[in-house]
Design a binder for this molecule. Structure first.
Ligand code: NZQ
Ligand code: ZN
Length: 394
């Protein structure tokens, strides 16, 4: 097992009605003027936003509300919210929504705390991030895991880049997680969320680390199996409280770094996926399932035994050579993705077949003209990336 430091300071308040205590919790953390952020309107329609507003009003907390965060959240909205939040002198950011809203809240918190620095300079690491404002979340979708993660992802619509920022300052102060708040999710968002949660653990399972890591491997396998059990149930009945509870908790654990302890993360499929989201505004998890099988087939021979172990732990495949089991496991995983309605090739993203030139352009962007290697299971070169996109291009 490799050495590690694990610090996940987010206080989690989980269960039915959890969010009714949001004003109390805000007070506990010293909030007095709150900027509430939300997305495209689902929390207005469900009544959640007005309940939170009432909760804050009766607790005597001042607040400002800004809606309109879109999936694959944009830097322009972040800049506007930094301006409004700074003008109102807010001292806490509350995200009500999913990964897009929470990531926006993280960026807004960083921007308000660093008034003389452009947020994109922080994002692209031209400026070091050393301070932020506190922020918390009321989660409405089990998926991205931003409520407990140390990362956030933004799209700069001017440069066409979708970029993630990892920092200990990206950890939320608290996260309210009431599975009932996710009962209004459309089926495709449940499936996308489940796939993203699985990928957050799978991208930590396949790394270059060779030391054994029994406990973390078992945690990873059990988390993936749990998601594979409850996601189909939720596609039949999205108001299954027990199933939604499992999915929501798996989502937070999966991306909190807990499933990489003693190992590390790879996350190359995420990086390849972000390139497609930046260009085509594709749903995050759809880009991941569209590419994972091609990535796996391209690299598995570097450590077929690891893929064979995965096939055994997840699908009970234990007959055949490492190579045979590895390939069978990859095929089975793709079949699962298809069974919940997720794409396993680029065609499923509705972006048409990409030309050779486009693929090369995207691969060059992903690898900064072949100067950056992606991931570590096999550090991907520009040529690797081209091969993976080409394999998925049908
Ligand atoms: O905007 P509204 O109207 O709220 O609708 C949203 C949105 O259309 C809807 N939704 C959310 N909760 C709902 C609901 N609809 C009905 N009922 C509810 N209870 O779902 C749609 C997707 O929302 P979004 O926040 O975009 O989803 P998700 O949580 O999957 O977040 C995706 C974003 O997070 C990033 C992704 O790249 C993407 O930009 N990620 C963030 C990570 C992190 N910060 O750690 C890690 C991930 O790997 C990921 O990259
Ligand atoms: Zn993800």
């Amino acid at each position: 097992m490799q050495s590690f430091t694990y610090h996940c300071p987010t206080e989690i308040i989980f269960g039915r009605g959890a969010e009714n205590a949001v004003a109390d919790k805000l007070r506990t953390f010293g909030a007095s003027r709150v900027l509430i952020l939300y997305g495209g309107g689902s929390v207005e329609r469900s009544g959640l936003l007005s309940r939170i507003e009432k909760n804050l009003t009766s607790a005597g907390l001042a607040f400002l509300v800004m809606g309109g965060v879109c999936p694959n959240p944009r830097i322009s909205f972040v800049r506007e919210a930094i301006r409004e939040g700074s003008a109102a002198d807010v001292n806490f950011i509350l995200a009500v929504g999913g990964g897009s809203v929470i990531d926006t809240a993280k960026a807004v918190a960083h921007g308000i705390a660093n008034p003389n620095v452009d947020i994109w300079d922080i994002w692209t690491r031209k400026e070091e991030l050393t301070k932020t404002l506190p922020f918390g979340a009321v989660l409405t979708i089990p998926a991205a895991g931003s409520e407990t993660s140390d990362s956030a992802v933004l799209t700069n619509e001017d440069t066409g880049r979708k970029v993630g920022l990892n920092s200990p300052l990206n950890r939320a102060t608290f996260a309210f997680m009431n599975p009932e708040l996710a009962f209004t999710l459309p089926r495709e968002q449940i499936a996308a969320g489940a796939a993203d949660i699985m990928m957050h653990t799978m991208e930590r399972y396949f790394t270059s680390v060779k030391e054994p890591n029994i406990f973390t491997d078992r945690v990873a396998a059990q988390l993936i199996l749990t998601v594979m059990e409850v996601a189909p149930r939720l596609l039949v009945s999205r108001k299954d409280y027990e199933a939604m509870s499992e999915l929501m908790w798996c989502g937070s654990v999966s991306h909190s770094n807990f499933t990489e302890l003693g190992r590390m993360k790879d996350f190359s499929v995420h990086k390849l996926g972000h390139e497609l989201s930046a260009r085509y505004d594709s749903t995050h998890a759809m880009t991941l399932t569209a590419l994972w099988g091609s990535w796996a087939r391209h690299v598995y021979q570097d450590d077929a035994a690891r893929f064979a172990q995965f096939a055994g732990a997840i699908f009970g495949i234990d007959a055949g050579t490492d190579e045979e089991r590895a390939r069978a496991g990859i095929r089975k995983m793709e079949e699962f993705f298809v069974s919940i309605g997720m794409p396993t090739s680029l065609a499923g993203l509705g972006i048409g077949e990409l030309t050779k030139g486009t693929i090369e352009e995207i691969a060059r962007a992903a690898t900064a003209n072949d100067t950056v290697r992606l991931g570590n299971f096999r550090p991907l070169t520009c040529a690797d990336v081209v091969a993976i996109y080409e394999m998925a291009n049908h």
